[in-house]
Ligand binder design. Structure first.
Ligand SMILES: [Zn+2]
Length: 303
């Protein structure tokens, strides 16, 4: 069966087009940098370094930390710790989605995209409080935290394939930071904590800190990955960034400077994530350091 994928996903050359999660993953073929990148593009040094890291990652064997050749940091401060600017991500990105196990089976009740004046960087899956939620792939738990104004009790897992997954609104977290988990291993129980109006799982997939619509990768009705191995064009993977930029440009026309009023419990990472920017950019705009302690009611510039 040949699945028709409406988004531009380029299946790799070995012609595997289906998400056989039970299939053992053959080693990806060795690839050179030139097969990953569009020709005639000039790259900054930083970007070139990242290309090399990704090529090395594709060809690498087991790492002590998942994908540690791809990520500079193993931060536990927030979902966005160590995020790479989209401009620095190569035009084509690769990851292996064999071994995927759906975190939970249930109806998708809210999709990735603009929602209530903010951007929803994941999907919501209906569940009952206490339902077990599993890790989507093998990996290592990077963050377990409580975020009152957003994710509630949440877990971030970094996977061997370079993706990170985020699980929000748990009633109980069952893993610890640094713990190795297998695909399908229960990491928490479903709940309604944080910014949530009913029991559900908020589920995100990220690559180098940048969200990708999980429904581009996984079929939540069938409970399987849409493809085993992806070569994904950056402009498609992160198409949301154009929408948020357009929106921000529109706002900029009226007022060049945009501010956010800090609410209790919010951190720089929350604010950066909310507006699709980075902590370092916010620090630069406001002339303070990443260690700045935010006060509720304080206005900080984010654009
Ligand atoms: Zn959500």
């Amino acid at each position: 069966m040949q699945k028709k994928i409406t988004i531009l996903l380029l299946c790799c050359t070995f012609g595997v087009t289906e998400g056989f999660s039970q299939m053992s993953a053959p080693r990806p073929p060795r690839r050179t940098t030139s097969t990953l990148l569009a020709d005639n593009v000039s790259f900054s040094k930083q970007r070139h370094a990242l290309d090399s890291a990704i090529t090395k990652h594709i060809n690498s064997s087991e790492d002590e930390l998942p994908a540690d050749d791809l990520y500079d940091t193993w931060g536990t401060t927030g979902v966005n710790a160590g995020r790479v600017e989209i401009a620095q991500v190569p035009d084509s990105i690769y990851f292996d989605c064999t071994g995927y196990i759906p975190p939970i089976e249930g109806q998708v009740t809210s999709r990735f995209g603009p929602r209530w004046k903010r951007y929803h960087y994941g999907i919501d899956i209906k569940l009952n409080i206490g339902d077990p939620v599993g890790a989507a792939f093998d990996g290592k738990v990077r963050i377990t935290k409580y975020d009152r104004g957003g994710y509630g009790s949440y877990v971030v897992v970094r996977h061997n394939n370079g993706l990170e997954t985020v699980y929000g609104h748990f009633s109980k977290i069952l893993v610890e930071e640094g713990q190795t988990v297998r695909a399908g291993e229960i990491i928490g129980l479903g709940g309604n904590t944080g910014r949530s109006t009913g029991p559900h799982l908020h589920f995100e997939t990220r690559f180098l800190g940048n969200p990708i619509n999980p429904e581009k990768l996984f079929d939540f009705e069938l409970g399987e990955a849409k493809l085993c191995r992806y070569f994904m064009v950056k402009s498609i993977a992160f198409d949301w960034s154009n929408q948020t930029k357009t929106k921000q440009k529109g706002k900029t026309a009226n007022s060049n400077r945009l501010y956010h009023k800090v609410k209790s419990g919010q951190t720089l990472s929350h604010i950066a994530e909310r507006y699709g920017t980075s902590v370092s950019k916010i620090c630069q705009l406001n002339g303070f350091s990443r260690k700045k302690v935010l006060q509720p009611g304080q206005r900080i510039r984010y654009n």
